[in-house]
Design a protein around this ligand. Sequence first.
Ligand code: ADP
Ligand code: MG
Length: 267
Amino acid sequence: MSDLSRPEGPRIIAVANQKGGVGKTTTAINLAAALVENGSRVLVVDLDPQGNASTGLGVDDRSGSTYELLVDEAPLESVIQETGFAGLSIVPATVDLSSADIELMANEKRSFLLHDALRQTAMDAFGWDYILIDCPPSLNLLTVNAMVAAHSVLVPLQTEFFALEGLSQLMLTVREVRETANSDLRIEGIVLTMYDKRNNLSQQVEKDARDNLGDLVFRTKIPRNVRVSEAPSYAVPVLSYDSDSTGAAAYRALAQELLRKHSRIAA
Ligand code: ADP
Ligand code: MG
């Protein structure tokens, strides 16, 4: 364990917001790719039955998935797949995962299954620096599994009307997880997504967020950029689809901000 940048193995970050369409999957994929570009080893765990992160990274072979990992308690190494983005691996998701909530109800470890899979496996063998968990648009058992497994929660916040509504419910869930299962769970930060600088509403939401949430809000904002929304249909991160786009630049800046924050914490 000589690597000072990750004294306790990989940093596990749950990308969560119970609202759909706010940029969770986009952020998980592209932040992961930007961290890989920076020399980090990264695993994405797709915890949404819709499997958008899996499709968006070109993984169609779902022979092993988060369903097997949680419900069958399959070993982590049996469900990891390589993506088309060199250095980026994924545990994909299938629609099977949509029934996991019910299937796991009787399992007394039900909230700890992802924790046990990620934190208790001999993680050093993989050498990951970051694990990003793409959560479903709900505060269900899957999201709770992510929060119990994670060191921190990263919250994409779409800069639109009612953006801040629902945040208090999310924070309540974080508090409950802290009190019951994972006392060290932190808020990694809130990232403003789909920001349109010509739109007064975007600016107003940014002001509200920074006034209310202060340093929790990342300085980096992700602009609304059509290249970002096109990239998944080519099954690659925007960083390789259009490396010079404003979206790619923003996710690179977000990765830098995250890395700077962690090097400060480690120092
Ligand atoms: P979630 O995972 O929270 O449901 P997604 O990441 O799937 O949200 O994003 C919802 C939709 O918005 C997708 O079609 C995605 O391509 C699009 N989108 C996300 N971020 C951006 C952006 N910065 N610019 C343009 N479109 C975006
Ligand atoms: Mg999603």
